[in-house]
Structure formats: C-alpha cells, structure tokens
Design a binder for this molecule. Structure first.
Ligand code: GLN
Ligand code: ZN
Length: 762
C-alpha cells in the first residue's frame, strides 16, 4: 500500500504563535514554561493535522525553537567552544548560540547565519575545528519521539545527514579539511541510529540535500563511505535518504548506489528524474516521490500528476510513497484562515494544510480508493480550479505577453556608452566631486507608520493621507538640504516594504493576510504572490517624486525596486519561466522610469538587493540566470535619455562571482555595502576595472553608533586607493528606515563634512 508523508511542516504556527512566544520569553515577558507549552501545543497540532490528513507517518524533529541545523549541532554536541562558559543552562545557551544573548548568560558572539540552499530560510552555520569531538545529546529528539508516540502516532523522525552537515559547516578558526571529521561523525551517527532503533521506529528520514549540488569526487566518495558505514552499523532501522531542491543530475548514479532502504526525490524541481530512478531501484527499496510543490503556493493539478505518476506507482506497488517535494517549512501554514482573497484567487492556492490534503487526494486517485464518490468529487473540483486558472483573464493578458515577445536586444541598450552618458549627466546635474547621497529610505517614525495603518483601515481618506505624507516628504527634503547632501531622496515614507509597495499597485500581484513564512528564528516574511501577467495600470511613484523635486533645486532621485528583486521576494507563478515573469515586471518598471524622467526626475535608482541570491544552486546554470536577470534590469533602465542617471543599490559587496554581470547591468552609479569590511570588499571592483561610478557605503547603518568625520574619512581614503576619485560617491551602506532621526542627522552631517574636506584637499 502506498505510504504518504512529508519531509517537514512549518513550526511557526498558523498565527505565528511560536514567534510571539519566543519574543515574549526573550524579552522577559513570559516564563520558560509558557514557551515550552506553546511549542508542545504546536507540535501536537502539526502531528494531528498530518494524521487527520491521512499521512501514514507524522514527521518528528522537524520542529525547532530556532533552527533545525542548530538543533543538530546540539544533538551532535558540536557547538562552539565559546558557549561553554557555564554562564547559563542549556536552554538559554541555545538562544545565546542563535542570537548572541538570552534571558540568562553572558552576551556572546552568535553563530553565523546563512541561507538554507536557495531558500529564504536561514540556518545557523555549524563551526567545526580540526579535533572536533562529537558527543551525542539526543534529549530533544528522544523527547519529541516519545511525545508523538504517546499521542498514538506512527513516527518518522528526521535528522540531517552527515555529509550535508559537513557541507553546511564552516571551519571555526583555521582552515582544514572538514571531510577529515567524517569518521568521527559517523561514529556518532551509528550511536544515534542504534538509540533510535530501540524506540519502536521503522523509518528514519535522513536529509541529504547536498546531493543536488555539484559535488567533486571527494564529496562523492564521502557519500559512499558514510552510507556504507551507516548501513552496516547493525541498527534495526530503515533509512529514507532524502534529497530536495533540485535534480540529482551528475550525482544520480552515486545516489542510486547508496545502500539505503529508500530514497526521497524532488519531483517538482527534479523533473522526471524520479522515473529513471525508479527503474533502477532494488526490489526491497522504496521511492518517495515529492510530487506536491513544497516551495510554492499553487494548487496542484492532481489529474496531471496522476498521469505522470501512474506507471511508476503501478510498477513499484508497495514501494511507492507520496510526499511533498521538500519540507513545507517554505510555504505559509493554512489558507483556510485567509479572508482577503476573492473566491477565484482563493481557489487557485494551497498552503501547508491544503498540501497535506493534496497528497492524500493524489494517493486515493492513484489507488482508486473508496469511498470513490468522494474522491471523484474532490478530483473534479481540483480539475475545475486548476483549469480555471490556466484560462483566466486575470492570469493572461495578451498585450503583456506580446510586449515581452517583441522585446529586442536594443530594448536593453541605453543608446550611448557610459563614458558619454556620464558627460551629459554631469552637464545636467552639476554635481561636486565626491557627491553625497543616501540609499532612499529615511526614519519610519511611529507617526508615519500609524498614518499608513489608519489609511489602510479606512480611518484616513486619501487627501488626509496624502497631506501627511507630503508633510513628511517636505520635512525630509528640508533636513537633507540642511545636512548639505548633493543628491536628495523623498524618503519613502509611503512604503511599508520595498516589494509589497509595488506589488500592491501592479496587476498580477496580490498579498495574503497571514501568509507568513519563517525566515530565521522568530522572524517571518509574507511574500506577495504573483499570479498573473504584470500590468502597470498607472504611475506608482511619480506623484511623490514630482512633489519632492518641486521642493528643492538639488536633484531628487526617483526610487524603484528592480525586476529581479520583485521576482525573488515573491511566490512566483509556476505556469511560465521565471525569466518571462521577470521581463513583464521589467517592462512595467520601464514605463515608470520613463514617466519619472518626463516628470523632471534626473536620477532614478532601481534597487536590486536580491540579484545575487537568485543564483541557481548549480554553477552550470548561473550563466543562463545572469543573462536574463541582467537583461531584465537593463530593460527596466533603458527607456530613458542618456542624460538621465540610473543608479542601482545592492545590500552586500560579495561580488566575486558576479562582477561581470554587475558591470553588464551598466547602471551609471552603483551603491553597495562596504563599511563593515573596511572597504576590503571593494577590491573585486578594482581588480575588475569596474568602469562606472560607485558609492561604497562609508558607514554601517545596522549599528546605532554614529560615525565620526575621521572614521568616514579613513574609509573614503581606503576607497580612493581602489576607485578613481572622479567615479566615487559618498553614501551610507543602506537605507535609513530603521534608524532614528538623531542618529541619522549626526551621521549624515559628518558624512557631508568628510566629503567637503576631501573636496578642499583635491
Ligand atoms: N531604497 C531602499 C531603502 O533605502 C533600499 C533597501 C534595500 O536595499 N534593502 O530602504
Ligand atoms: Zn541595502
């Protein structure tokens, strides 16, 4: 009989209960017991919904108070030395590792955090040293297993696999070969599996997503060694080797030969690879097919999936399992609590709860299970909804599609080369040497936020709201004039979020009310949903920019979010390539850029903080991605005259891998984050001979400390050794919306003073 399960479930709670419980505990507003109780309730709810939806196993140990990789480091006893100061117990020590502080214990440098593969989830990077010891600490894992078993569930615990664990880790101090730790690590895993074998468990899910990465022969060899060792360790348990986020590609045979009892493959991102894989399966091995998309929010097309899976399901019989492509951690919890979508849109979506039902429906459909009438009805409803989506006028707009299809390479060209544009721009803008500017946002005071909220709730009409926002813009412009900045901004008071603001105004985008997804720890994001062809009905920012420009003789920069970032930070439609959606957004932005120019805006910034994170997991796919991403940016920027200055901004400076693409974007000015690296990260631009203007951030906006003139001068001096001064701009690292006005005033006054000193010197 086909078995169903999921690789993991969201733990944050449908109402973000875990977030609030964690933050209350951290801020001393609630007790440890309250947090522990909330966590327990959430686990119980998560298991119940899995069981009620017909899953044959409930997944255990996918729950975490902060992050599953940190949990795994704790399980292996491989947490960094600096937390062994005995200043608090293990409960608070866990939070110290995660965030550097906890209600008790000395504040300590937290573990580093980085993106979990190509998702927006961030894990805490294990720090390992050459003589690393692993000492099992299975308390949490065993307790959660017992908890689920007491509730009467059939339990499938999940643990992170040894090779992926090493892959994700970094060397604590000195560099060394992390693979040298594999034998010691495997000893620990053997101990762990033996422990689990005594807990009345059949299957353990062992996650090895590193198998979808490009692995060199040493890492491939590590896989062979690891699973050879684990398969002969004598524990009476079955291992489900679980991969996700892509195809195995070159690791196909490697994986196929690993001596485990079952495999889980991502059948969404991995395409049809599972079919070939099923043909090479041993008769005693199972294949769990991840058919329901765990990374997106669209209702699955059960009828087509049935066709796609039927042969494999039939051939494998009992050895065929059904699942989601990956953990459902990456989608919101429950669509049923959304009341803002109209019925049509609602009928196209599925969040985590709904995806469980889809797995079940797919299983019944494949097996023709009784009660048949019920299944038939659900299947018909599913087919009706997915078909409606493919045909809806709201999804398909001929004029948008044909505009994308008639794009030519020239649409991505500015007309003149940078060097010539720069001359025209300077004639128009008349900027001094070392021009000063900011990245766009200014403090979002509680007055601003409350005005936005009241407008949203209908308590303010649009003229009252506009008046408040205009007053904010006027204040912001006056302040910038006083500080002596050369290129001003309007301050973005009207924006809650740089993607949502545009998403709300574009046709084809929508936002959920409670569609939260965990980003890290207690932090959640609510990505907008791109459901249809993107159309700009009317200008989105021109009114605010025109008003701001009317208040000053200095140039005021227009401020937009770029096409790749708009795409990257949303749930994207799955019925056309991402590149196509990106070009649609680029065209909408292009019209906005042209309208801004027409309204007298001489410089326009198109932020692309997400271009780097869009890089595919496999390097072999980078060129293709960068090609369309860069072209989309250029399309958005190229509708204007050569004397209009295009800026872009990126919140990082690790450009080693993509410097060519950044240069190809051909923005007249790029501002980047460099202050924290002491300008070291600028080197890439120097070595590359980056041809256009650069504003390397001269102070860290993440810190409440204000920089002195001397500190700023010393950073600019460093930058000036790397970038010709004629092409150097002076600006902070990023937007200032999270700071207070006092800090902003001091910092910017000092920044302008530093620029003036430099002008006098030169
Ligand atoms: N213009 C935006 C701001 O200043 C840019 C934010 C970002 O790069 N993340 O807030
Ligand atoms: Zn930034």
């Amino acid at each position: 009989m086909v078995k169903t399960h999921i690789p993991g479930f969201p733990r944050i709670g449908a109402q973000r209960e875990l977030k609030f419980a964690l933050e209350d505990y951290w801020h001393g507003k609630s007790s440890r017991n309250q947090l522990v109780d909330t966590a327990k309730t959430l686990r119980m709810q998560n298991w119940n919904i899995q069981a009620q939806s017909g899953m044959d196993f409930v997944t255990v140990n996918d729950f975490s108070l902060y992050d599953q990789v940190l949990d795994h480091s704790v399980l292996l006893g491989s947490t960094p030395e600096r937390f062994n100061d005995g200043s608090c117990d293990s409960f608070d020590n866990y939070f110290r590792m995660a965030r550097g502080r906890a209600p008790s214990g000395e504040p300590t440098r937290a573990c580093e955090m980085t993106k979990w593969f190509d998702t927006n989830y961030h894990y805490l990077v294990p720090e390992l040293s050459p003589n690393q010891r692993f000492i099992l600490n299975p308390e949490k894992l065993l307790a959660e297993i017992a908890e689920a078993q007491q509730l009467g569930h059939q339990v499938k615990p999940v643990i992170l696999g040894p090779v992926t664990y090493l892959w994700l880790a970094k060397c604590a101090n000195e560099e060394f070969d992390r693979l040298s730790l594999l034998p010691a690590l495997l000893d620990s895993y053997q101990g762990l599996l033996k422990l689990l074998a005594r807990k009345n468990i059949d299957w353990v899910q062992i996650d090895e997503p590193a198998l979808v990465m490009e692995l060199d022969t040493r890492w491939q060899e590590a896989y062979r060694e690891a699973y050879q060792t684990l398969s002969t360790c004598g524990a009476d348990l079955k291992l489900l080797l679980t991969t996700y986020f892509g195809a195995l590609d070159k690791n196909f045979n490697l994986t196929n030969y690993l001596p485990v009892d079952g495999f889980h493959l991502d059948a969404v991102r991995g395409g049809d690879e599972f079919i070939r894989f099923s043909e090479q399966l041993r008769s005693d091995q199972v294949l769990s097919v991840g058919a329901i998309d765990g990374r997106n929010i669209w209702k699955a097309d059960i009828t087509s999936l049935k066709e796609k899976l039927a042969t494999v399901a039939q051939q494998l019989g009992d050895n065929f399992w059904l699942s989601s492509s990956c953990s459902l951690l990456h989608v919101p919890v429950d669509l049923a609590q959304e009341s803002g979508f109209d019925p049509e849109l609602y009928s196209w979506l599925a969040f985590a709860h709904q995806k469980l039902s889809e797995i079940s429906l797919l299983k019944s459909t494949l097996l023709n299970l009784s009660p048949q009438a019920d299944t038939a009805e659900q299947l018909a409803a599913n087919l009706r909804d997915v078909t409606a989506r493919t045909q809806s006028q709201r999804v398909h707009r001929i004029e948008v599609k044909s505009r994308v299809h008639t794009l030519t390479p020239e649409d991505g060209e500015r007309g003149l080369a940078y060097a010539e544009r720069a001359i025209q721009q300077q004639n128009k803008l008349q900027l001094p040497a070392f021009p000063t500017t900011t990245i766009g946002s200014f403090p979002q005071t509680s007055d601003i936020r409350s005005a936005r909220a009241r407008y949203r709730r209908g308590e303010l009409d649009s003229s009252a709201y506009n008046a408040i926002m205009q007053a904010e813009i006027r204040d912001c412009i006056e302040r910038q004039e006083r500080y002596g900045l050369d290129m001003l901004v309007h301050g973005e008071p009207e924006r809650n979020d740089m993607v949502e603001y545009f998403g709300e105004q574009l046709e084809g985008y929508t936002t959920s009310q409670l569609g939260w997804v965990q980003s890290y720890g207690s932090r959640c994001v609510k990505p907008p949903i791109i459901y249809g062809d993107i159309l700009r009905k009317e200008a989105m920012t021109v009114g605010w920019s025109r008003y701001a420009q009317s208040l000053s003789n200095k140039p005021v920069k227009g401020m937009l979010t770029g096409p790749v970032t708009m795409l990257q930070w949303a749930f994207v439609r799955d019925d056309q390539p991402r590149s196509e959606t990106c070009l649609q957004i680029a065209l909408a932005l292009r019209d906005e850029v042209v309208d801004l120019e027409q309204a007298g805006i001489a410089a326009i910034q198109i932020d692309e903080p997400a271009i780097r994170e869009g890089l595919p997991l496999k390097r072999s796919e980078w060129d293709f991605y960068l090609q369309w991403a860069v072209y989309a940016f250029r399309v958005s920027a190229s509708g204007v005259q050569p004397d209009t200055q295009i800026h872009t901004h990126m919140c990082y400076a690790e450009f080693n891998d993509i410097i060519q693409a950044i240069a190809d974007m051909d923005a007249d000015v790029i501002t980047i984050e460099t202050s924290r690296s002491n300008m070291e990260l600028l080197e890439v631009f120097t070595n590359f001979d980056y041809p256009n203007e650069i504003g390397p951030g001269v102070y860290d906006i993440h810190s409440p400390n204000t920089p002195t003139v001397e500190q700023i001068l010393s950073l600019i001096d460093k930058a000036a050794t790397q970038i010709p001064v004629e092409r150097l701009w002076i600006n902070p690292d990023c937007g200032l919306k999270t700071r207070g006005w006092d800090e902003v005033a001091t910092s910017l006054i000092n920044m302008v003073a530093a620029a003036k000193i430099l002008r006098e010197q030169s």
